[in-house]
Design a protein around this ligand. Structure first.
Ligand SMILES: Nc1ncnc2[nH]cnc12
Ligand SMILES: [Zn+2]
Length: 326
């Protein structure tokens, strides 16, 4: 099995229906509006975000979050992952009544437990939520810097890409970048190539969440290649959310052929009936990538990871030697 690495997974979006149901029972909450027959139910991007928010609202204590991160990273390790970055959302924790610091510490504890059990390395990317507005995203950036948690190494922004103007978020990203955090931002998922270009110009990320609609503009694709910007591609998410109608229309092979640096990611795995292992399998089945190409994708993820150089060197060496048992 090819060793894997993941850069783009929203931890609240990784909660399995079974775990969410257990949480709902614990807190006496009815989930029938977004969970039915053991699966998430939504019908478009807006209702997906609502289901995501409802599931998140059922994680309320430090132990709830520690377990969520421990479960997710342990399952990744079983699928052959050696590295995981999780997107965390302090805004969602606050809405569920937990302080941002307690939330971050708890997720860090879950990551440490998974590392102790499996060896998987993990880091945290604090994300602001675009449709909560620029002030909220700036607050998230200030928190990411001030929390001084050793596993918090990046800052990003998720949420409704059609909301607001990217310029409104410049200050938040300046705060995070100037403090030395790695920078990523969702762009080119629900909005076309212009959104990717605006993100590059104004937020100056080294990675883009999705970014796949850059394919609409060959000059922009060339710019991504020239600047070495890494795309966190989430193929199954893109098909389920109807960003592209089918795998034959998905631009991952074209982006790779143009020289773009790409990675494979699961985004919100149970919402899209996927996993990191499934993303690698899809890349093989639908995009014709062989094990050498898939190993190259894992290498790109490690090269673009928000880690110190000693950890990166160790992970690259592990990738070189890794033959994960089937
Ligand atoms: N695919 C996605 N796009 C934007 N925001 C998100 N939050 C969780 N998943 C997301
Ligand atoms: Zn995402």
């Amino acid at each position: 099995m090819v060793a894997k690495a993941e850069l783009h997974c929203h931890i609240e979006g990784a909660a399995s229906p079974d775990l969410v149901l257990a949480q709902a029972r614990k807190y006496g909450v009815d989930t029938s509006n977004f969970l039915r027959d053991g699966a998430y139910h939504w019908y478009d991007f807006t209702s997906f975000l609502a289901a995501y928010d409802e599931a998140a609202s059922l994680f309320r204590t430090e132990e709830d979050y520690a377990l969520l991160a421990e479960d997710y990273l342990t399952s990744l390790a079983k699928d052959g992952a050696i590295y995981s970055e999780i997107f965390i959302s302090p805004d969602h924790a606050e809405r569920a009544g937990l302080s941002r610091m307690a939330y971050t510490n708890a997720l860090g504890e879950g990551i440490e437990r998974a590392r102790a059990a499996t060896g998987i390395e993990g880091r945290i990317v604090v994300t602001g939520v675009r449709h909560f507005g620029a002030v909220s995203v700036e607050d998230a950036a200030r928190f990411a810097v001030a929390c001084e948690h050793p596993l918090v190494t990046g800052f990003g922004m998720a949420g409704e890409e059609r909301f607001g103007n990217v310029r409104d978020y410049e200050t938040a990203f300046d705060i995070a970048r100037e403090a030395g955090l790695g920078i990523t931002v969702h762009a080119g998922e629900l909005v076309g190539w212009e959104s990717v270009e605006a993100a590059l110009n104004h937020l100056r990320p080294t990675r883009i969440g999705h970014g796949v609609r850059a394919i609409e503009n060959p000059d922009l694709v060339r710019r991504l290649v020239d600047e070495g910007v890494v795309l966190e591609v989430c193929p199954v998410s893109n098909i389920v959310l109807k960003v592209f109608p089918d795998y034959a229309s998905h631009p991952l092979p074209q982006l790779m052929a143009a020289g773009c640096r790409v990675t494979l990611n699961s985004d919100d795995p149970p919402h899209f009936h996927t996993s990191l292992a499934h993303e690698y399998a899809v890349a093989k089945a639908h995009f014709g990538l062989d094990d050498t190409a898939l190993r190259g994708i894992t290498q790109t993820a490690i090269e673009a990871a928000f880690v110190d150089e000693a950890t990166r060197t160790r992970l690259l060496a592990a990738l070189g030697h890794k033959t994960v048992a089937q």
